[in-house]
Design a protein around this ligand. Structure first.
Ligand code: LLP
Length: 469
């Protein structure tokens, strides 16, 4: 089910409104959060909150996260696994998409575990109250300190390479008492190609992540001999923003073969973690499968492969990031200067850019935007939305149609929940925006806007550089 234009909508911001939403609506197929509405002032409303009023109250730029959309996506994943998988399943949120206390707390309350990739993400998840035994620690170069933190916390570690395996065995052999075994999963490179940006493809053989499948025997043989490690599972991830279903079906088959090999080595492998990767809609032409379809294909792939090989069903783990949170958030900016180059282009500039959304400049990602304080105004002008950074490439949207705009208008860029805040920077010493969580007319700050004071809090001025009085 996809976003349908509101009846009678002209080419305006209204065309992106989600129409009538049913329980079956898969959030990753919508350009705006599920609660997006038009209010009598012709303003965009999300989570029952008037968007221009939010900007007035909390400042600009502003990330606006819709709790209903995020929770709905969590439920879709959980319900689909209940429906299609006869064994035990766990969905873990790939928190690299957006890691902060409130987001971790929401997904954990929805019964999801959490995937973390650094000590910082792990610390945040623990501080948010996430149960350690639902946390999976990834990463291709975890430090000794990070590994120790994960061991002490009691989470599962997804081991990426030989150095990490050996470091873990050393960390466990130091103490007097035999520690309880550390639960590990082994990350393997499946050699599966998929169509997505080369920077976010990870399953092909020439990838920095995971053990090469040629090493399977050697790794299994080594792990079998380690009394301190318990190899409970295998992991693979083939990439991100993927619309095809076949690669995930194929991956399921490959992983079950690995599981069968692990059984030959006597390893207690009982979990298969199939990674994440389901794409979302950023523009009208994007047509991602629903969460339900993706889960069905993954489950069928595992069930069929296990039947073929006469193996018991593993505990199935999936770790989506973007498809859980991407469509739940928008970024509101305030429009400032404009530059009209006759016959060439008109630049409409906003008060943020590559520091709050580095995806366009990094991956040439395409976004859509609406003018939130004049949603029904006809989009008659073709413009570029420029950021305010000192960099020509800092263009939020290269080409889009908007109604005529003026300084002070609220421009809302859609589907910015994934890999925006989490990849934000202070380039040009811009303070990072605030984020508000909206639900049923209430708006709560979940990330405080940074201040100039915050920007210099870790700067140190050696005494000899102090200006002499
Ligand atoms: N699991 C692993 C091991 C991953 O590396 C990733 C994403 C995921 C799960 C979640 O994938 P998702 O469901 O979100 O597609 N910064 C890029 C995306 C990088 C993805 C990195 N890994 C972007 O903005 O498009």
């Amino acid at each position: 089910m996809v976003s349908t234009p509101v009846t009678g909508a002209v080419n305006s911001g209204r065309q992106y409104l989600p129409g009538s939403i049913t329980e079956a609506a898969s959030p990753n197929q919508y350009l705006l959060p599920l609660t997006a509405r038009l209010n009598p002032q012709d303003h965009l409303e999300i989570g029952g909150c008037d968007v221009p009023a939010l900007v007035h109250r909390f400042g600009s730029p502003l990330y606006i996260l819709d709790e209903v959309t995020l929770r709905t996506a969590c439920r879709h994943y959980r319900q689909a696994f209940q429906c299609y998988y006869p064994g035990d399943a766990l969905v873990i949120y790939a928190s690299k998409a957006w890691n902060c206390l409130a987001v971790c707390a929401i997904v954990a309350a929805e019964g999801l575990g959490i995937d973390v990739v650094s000590g910082g993400e792990l610390y945040t998840a623990l501080q948010a109250g996430v149960a350690p035994d639902t946390i999976y620690f990834h990463g291709n170069n975890k430090s000794v300190e990070e590994l120790q933190l994960a061991i002490d916390a009691g989470c599962s570690i997804v081991v990426d390479n030989w150095l990490e395996l050996k470091t873990l065995t050393q960390l466990c052999s130091g103490g007097q008492e035999q520690p309880t075994k550390i639960p590990i999963l082994l990350r393997l490179t499946p050699g599966i190609e998929c169509h997505t940006h080369e920077y976010i493809r990870t399953g092909h053989l020439d990838s920095k992540f995971g053990f090469d499948p040629d090493q399977l025997d050697a790794v299994f043989a080594f792990v079998r001999q380690q009394p301190s490690l318990e190899c409970i599972g295998l992991h693979a991830h083939i990439g991100s923003q993927i619309f095809e279903l076949q690669p995930h079906h194929d991956l399921a088959g490959v992983m079950v073969q690995w599981m069968s090999k692990a059984a030959q080595y006597g390893l207690p492998v009982r979990e298969l973690d199939i990674g994440g990767g389901l794409g979302i809609r950023y523009t009208e032409s994007d047509d991602p499968p629903s969460i339900d379809e993706w889960v069905r294909v993954v489950c069928q792939g595992i069930v069929q492969a296990c039947e073929r090989q006469n193996l018991p069903l593993p505990r199935l783990i999936a770790e989506p990031g973007r498809s859980l949170i991407g469509s739940a958030c928008v970024t509101a900016y305030t429009i400032g200067s404009q530059k009209v180059i006759p016959g060439v282009r008109t630049y409409v500039t906003v008060d943020g850019g590559m520091s709050d959304n580095p995806r366009p400049i990094t991956y040439q990602s395409v976004y859509r935007a609406v003018v939130a304080n004049r949603m029904s105004a006809e989009a008659t002008e073709t413009v570029a939305i420029a950021g305010k950074h000192c960099e020509s490439g800092d263009i939020v949207i290269k080409q889009t149609t908007l109604p005529p705009t003026q300084p002070g208008d609220t421009l809302v860029v859609l589907a910015t929940g994934a890999y925006n805040y989490s990849m934000a920077s202070n380039y040009n010493r811009l303070a990072r925006p605030a984020a508000v969580l909206v639900n049923a007319g209430e708006a709560n700050i979940i990330l405080q806007r940074e201040t100039y004071q915050d920007l210099i809090q870790h700067d140190r001025l050696p005494q000899r550089l102090h200006p002499t009085l």
